[in-house]
Design a protein around this ligand. Structure first.
Ligand SMILES: NC(=O)c1ccc[n+]([C@@H]2O[C@H](COP(=O)([O-])OP(=O)(O)OC[C@H]3O[C@@H](n4cnc5c(N)ncnc54)[C@H](OP(=O)(O)O)[C@@H]3O)[C@@H](O)[C@H]2O)c1
Length: 330
């Protein structure tokens, strides 16, 4: 396999792979990492890279090739799987979109944590994967560690998922939880989220609902199998929520949450009143995703929606799944 993007998530995936070596051996999974691609250069060795050395010495490691980039290397690299973990870009999906296309076109499976290419071109990428007989898995793109796509694809296979409701952004949930539990204004809660590293210096995508809307697009396409785009999502952020609104809701037994919802007629993310006792009423940076299904009825998943290590759980789950399928078909 090759890793494309070696930031927080790429490094966490590498560390967890080293940490879980014994488990991998036990289940017959012994991966060789032949390339790790960064923006300004890459580590490449088709006999297998030394991950501990790269994690410790970075660009001073002998396998570092200054200027080697993923776009040019992916097509001819001798590997079966590309793990794409570059920055999310929902304007044009790049650089990930090109990496996905190059990988699938050259007969490689793809696992990703990068929402960008899927938000921009979900149907095209799935068609391409199918045409090439490759798999494209993206568990880490929505809900971080929570295995919703696996659940929908495998355990809930007999069900029709009718609608999906959830809290899909940990930053906005942290801010609303803070305002609910401790009072205070939106801007004070945002400042604290930034100080604690839960919010970016520019928090627009999180607080205005754009990140959650991007995830809804992936849920719509990936689980409900409807071709929705970001422009189809009705979006309202949380920046206009006041302490008075929260107090009024509380008096009636409700809390204000930033809720994403999609069914075959509606796709939206907006502040909504949720009964305090609802399974959707999760606090802090937690994510929650609830499926309404025809047979199992309602099923709700709660967990960590971000964090490099938590996210690596979803990425490695996808990698192991592909390994299992490929072995079964050998
Ligand atoms: N962090 C999380 O908890 C989390 C959770 C779920 C999903 N994700 C998603 O996972 C992806 C990675 O997140 P992250 O936190 O690891 O971000 P990050 O630390 O910013 O890492 C992204 C890496 O991609 C590299 N990169 C950019 N353009 C590249 C190119 N053309 N070729 C190769 N590498 C390139 C960046 O290099 P430079 O630094 O040199 O630009 C950076 O090292 C993002 O799409 C993110 O949305 C993250």
């Amino acid at each position: 396999m090759a890793l494309v993007g070696f930031g927080n998530v790429g490094k966490a995936v590498s560390r967890v792979m080293l940490e879980k070596r014994e488990l991998f051996q036990k289940i017959g999974f012994e991966p060789t990492v032949v390339g790790i691609f960064e923006k300004k250069g890459s580590w490449i060795d088709e006999k297998g890279l030394n991950l501990p050395e790269i994690l410790s010495y970075g660009e001073s490691s002998p396998s570092w090739v200054e200027g080697a980039n993923a776009k040019e290397w992916i097509p001819d690299l001798d590997c079966e799987l590309i793990v794409e973990m570059t920055v999310t870009n929902i304007e044009d999906g790049e650089p990930g979109l090109t990496h996905f296309r190059e990988a699938l076109n050259s007969g490689k499976d793809v696992v990703t944590s990068n929402k960008g290419p899927l938000v921009i071109a979900f149907p095209e990428l799935m068609d391409l994967a199918e045409k090439r007989g490759r798999m494209l898995l993206y568990e880490a793109t929505v809900g971080g560690a929570i295995p919703i796509f696996y659940a929908a694809r495998e355990a809930l296979l007999v069900n029709k998922v009718i609608s999906i409701t959830g809290i899909l952004n940990g930053t906005s949930n942290y801010i609303l939880t803070k305002m609910t539990d401790e009072g205070g204004s939106f801007s004070a809660a945002l400042r604290e989220a930034q100080e604690r590293g839960y919010a970016e210096a520019d928090p627009t995508y999180d607080i205005e609902g754009i990140d959650a809307a991007s995830k809804l697009v992936i849920l719509a396409n990936g689980i409900l199998k409807i071709k929705k785009k970001l422009r189809d999502v009705k979006i309202e952020g949380i920046s206009k929520i006041t302490p008075e609104m929260i107090d009024l809701a509380m008096e009636d037994g409700y809390i204000v949450k930033h809720i994403g919802y999609v069914d075959r007629n509606k796709i939206e993310v907006m502040p909504r009143l949720i009964p305090k006792s609802s399974p959707l009423a999760v606090g802090g940076t937690l994510n929650v995703i609830s499926f309404e299904t025809d047979i199992a009825k309602d099923i709700t998943f709660i967990g960590r929606g971000a964090g490099p290590r938590e996210t690596s759980s979803a990425i490695l789950g996808d990698i192991l799944y592909i390994n299992k399928i490929r072995k079964e078909n050998m």
